[in-house]
Every structure is written in C-alpha cells, then in structure tokens.
Design a protein around this ligand. Sequence first.
Ligand SMILES: [Zn+2]
Ligand SMILES: [Zn+2]
Length: 660
Amino acid sequence: MNEERKTPEVRAQMTDIERLRHSASHVLATAILKIWPEAQFAAGPPVENGFYYDVDLPHRISPDDFEKIEAEMKKEIKANHPFERMEVSRDEALELGKKGRLAALSERPEPSKFKIDIIENIPADEKISLYRNGDFIDLCAGPHVMRTGNIGAFRLTNVASAYYKGDGKNPQLQRVYGTAFKTKKELDDYFAMLEEAKKRDHRKLGRELELFVFDDDVGPGLPMFLPRGAVIAEELEKLAKETEFAAGYQRVRTPHIARESLYLKSGHLPYYAESMFPPMTLVGESVKQEDQPQYSPEFQTKLYELFPTSDSADVAASLSREKLDEAWRFLSQLKANVPVDRYYLKAMNCPHHHKLFAAIPRSYRDLPLRLAEYGTDYRYEKSGELFGLMRVRSLQMNDAHLYMTPEQFEAEFNAVNEMYLNYFKLFGIDKYLMRFSTHDPSKLGQRFVDEPELWKKTEEMTRNVLKNSGVNYVEVPNEAAFYGPKIDVQAWSVIGREFSIATNQVDFSQPRNFDLRYKDRDNVDKIPICIHRAPLGTHERFIGFLIEHYAGNFPLWLSPEQVRILTIGDDPKLIDYARSILRELRAHQVRAEIDKSTDNINGKIQRAEQMKVHTMFVIGKRDMDADAVSVRIHGKGNLGAKPRAEAIAEILLSIKERRA
Ligand SMILES: [Zn+2]
Ligand SMILES: [Zn+2]
C-alpha cells in the first residue's frame, strides 16, 4: 500500500491535538539527532492516538533507548523554541538537502536523501516550506504548535519497521511511535485506559471465562461458543425476539446457501464477490435454462481468465494444478453439455427475505411487513484482518427487513431508532454516535441510484426523525450506500473503546431489483421501501463488545452461570438442602450449579469469583436450619443471610427485569 502525501487542504484540517502530536514528531527527530547525528528521516505525521517518525539509522532503536531519547525531547520542550516557518524555492530546498541540512541539526556529509526525494515529488505549484525549532530544520508544510513548550506531555510507545512510502521495494526504516497530550493528566488517563483495555480484552477474557474458542481444524475466523458463551448468545436472542415480537415483527427462517442467480439479482455479485466465499459447483444438477453457464457471459469470462491465450502451451504450463483441474471441468462440461449449478454461502440475509416478501401477493393492508431472523452469514475476510470476535468469517446477525409504503416510513424509522436507544439504555451504553450518511445529487446514476425524489424524501424524513428524537448524530454527505441513506452507529464501551456495532439502512433499490410489489389503495402495483436494521449487530461482535464493556462481569440476566451454591462442608443433609435449592432455581430457568468439590469454603468462593459467577449462595448448617442462604455477589462480597424464598424471588425479579 502506498502512503499518500497529505495535500495542503488535508493539512489545514489538522485538529489541535494532531498539530501538537505532529510537532512532537519534530521534537523526536531533534532528540534522535542529538544522540545519532547521522540519522536520516523520512515522514513524521500524526496518527490515531499519537505520532511517529520514520528514521534510517544503523543503530537499531529499541525501547531501551526511549529513556535517553525522551530526556533529549524534554530538554527541547523545556527550551521552548518557536516553530519558525520559512518559505524557500525548490532549488534552495534541494541545495539544503544536498548538504544534509534537512531534518538535521547542521550540515552533514551525507545528503538528506529522503527529503530530497520528497521535494522532487512536491507538485510544481505548491509552495515549499521549512520549519525550524532550535537547530533542527525540517522540510515540512506544517502546521505546528507555536512553540515546543506547547507540547504538554508525551511518551514514546513503540518501534517497528516500515518501508519508505509503505512500498516493499523501498528501503526498510525504523518507525518510532509516541503519543502526546496537552496535559500530563490526559496522558496518564490514556495509558490507564490502555491498561484497563488489556485486562478487558475479549480474547483474553473469552479464554479465561470459557466463553468461546477458535480451532485450527475448524478454521480461522470461525468462532465456536462454549456453553458459557452460547448462553450469552441465547439471552441476546431472547431479548431480540421479545423486543421484536412486541414491535410487530414476524420471524422467518432461511437456508445458509443460495443459488448464484439470487446474488446476481441482488447485485451482490459481482460487486460484493470479494467478500463472499467462493461458490460450490454442482455438476449435473438441473438448472434453469437462463442459468446454463456455457451460455452466460460469466462463463466466457471464466474461460478467458483461465486461458488468456489458449493456444499457447506455455500458459498451460504456468497454470497451477488447481486451475488446470478447474478448466478441465469447465471444458468437459462445455463439451458434454452438462449443466452446472453454483451455490454461495450467504453473506447477508436480505435477498432471502426479499424472496419471502415476494412469495405471497401483498397489499397495502399487509404493510408494514417486518421479517426478522437471527441469520447466519459467512463473509470472506482476509486472514490478516481477522480479529477475535470482532472480525470473523461466520456471523449471526440480529437482522430484519421492514417493508413499507412511503407514508409509513417516518413511523417505522422512528420505531427502529427507539429500539436502538432502548438497547443502549439496557446495556448502559451512554456514549454513542449515529453517523447519518446522505447522497450527493451531482452523483445520481453513478454512485447513487437515480431516484432524486426518493433520496430527497427519505433523507428529509430520516433527518427529521433524528432531530426530533434528540439522538446524538452527525450528518456525513456523500457517503450513503448506493441504494439509500444509511446510519452507522458507533458506541463506546465504559472504558472508551470504540466499536461500530450496528447499521440501519434505507433501501429503495433492492426492492426494485427483486420486483417487489404491493397493491396500493388505488389498486396500482407499487414498490415498497425497505429498511435493513440490526441493532444488536452480530452475536460475535456484540458479545465481544459486551465482554469488554462489562469486563466479563455480566449482569445477572446475561451471566453464563447465574447462581452457584457452595456448601460449607459435605454433610449429606446439607447436600440435600443444596440440591433442593438447585432444583427450585432450575425449575425457574435459572442457570445454577452446585460446587461439588471437596475444597473448603474459601477455595470454593475463590473459584466462583475467578469465573465471575454472578451470585453465590453460601450455605452452612445454620442457613439450612433457618431455611435461608447467605448471599454473596461477585465483586461486591457478602450481603448476609436471607430467607431462601426471598433470595430466590430477588434473583427471579432481577433476571426478569434484565437489571444492570
Ligand atoms: Zn512538521
Ligand atoms: Zn439487509
């Protein structure tokens, strides 16, 4: 990947904190040069959460060097040098570069090679500027803070290798990372947050709490939920089903695969093909006449791909065994006129749901029609991009498609929005942002489906709903989906980690592709508007989010093990008493267990706390005689003895109300 040079426009938009961090990278270079004057610098931009500077240096910088470098940086900040801007001609800049004076403290025997290369790539009409702090002069377009002293607090964080301009053909450089903030407190808070995030990492907690696993034989990106994790998925599903039922949704069930023709119709093929698993080819299946591959343009393209110059023996020799096999199969089918059918694992549920809408004649009286399914989808994410439960290849989505008349849109959209907000409240997600992406009228028919009236209308309606409901939103022009405006929801966990968890899209294109119709009041066939929505996102990502959000300390209703009964000793009568409590809890669908080990009570408590079991009933002889239990809550300690009936009633109520 090529790292693009920032245009002056982009630079002008640098935020205050980016300015500060970029300025810190000049100070970093200054410090490195004080220690290693021969260092050659390439680029030093601000990045998310910090900054870096790429340096070419025979000495391999390691974290052991950070203290020394930071000490020099502190001196430079204390000196409070101004960042002085100087405009120079291209020739002057090149001259300084040849003398090694760019990104340097003085002239040097070696030229500033990367800076010379950068100058040569600056567009002719762009001004060339240098910035000076103390003895350090750098080629830079800015902007910076006024003085080095404005850099409040900083820390070096990491060193990695990086190719010059991100191109593997270029020399490898050392990329020294740091971060900087206006105040020491902000810096400390940031590192405390990172520390906390590490503890809460869903991959780490997922293992420790026995929630989910990955297995090489099953395949990367294909998580399997252990019983304790499956419980969370089931609880979320129960929540969704209850919520959606009350909101007038109907549940449907669809297969995990579908014929190629479905995705050609939906437009996912060929545009989305890269994100889908390759097709399964069934030879000899009967296919619809129009799908006979030997007549389809796709088939022709395939052949051409496999044999760009089919008469050359060299080409065949250069093809992999797999490709040859594939070509052979296609050719023999062509010859024998054997029909071929292709199936894809579904990557989204919309096309199946559209087919269900179309399966029965619909009238305006049937609308809005809301079809919901926790659909299992498969997406081909590149292996390098897989990440715990956050980026996976199999996903179960809290999906639904709502079909409506234009008049019903506002109420439907509003209701969907309400549902999002209620979920946020339930999970204690206080910080969220809805990004409302709209279209650009000048790009109708290219980037956006050519329906100027529908765009205007739905965007206006969407905007009104967002305004009137007082949700936290920003409008992003020109980023709508091809087929309609969309809302992406970003949420922040309690420790400030950001997740994009849900999307809500308005669609007036797919219903047309699928020829969806309803008979309107005036007896005319009309095309419904469709809303795609998934407020709980996918089980995978949402559970990953919740693990980190709660640090594994789930509220009772979500807790994999809600109650564990711990007996003090193993008197048979006591065990019987424990069993009768267990039976009562289970009869009420409470996930309860008895610790059957022979450990002493402290050992039992410790193990339950480790597994973050929500509630412990500790029972000894005295509790048994009083028909009571001693209640202990994970992380909160002992609440004392309570009558058994009262303790159980409280548990049932907390679960029923899904208390935080
Ligand atoms: Zn700069
Ligand atoms: Zn959809």
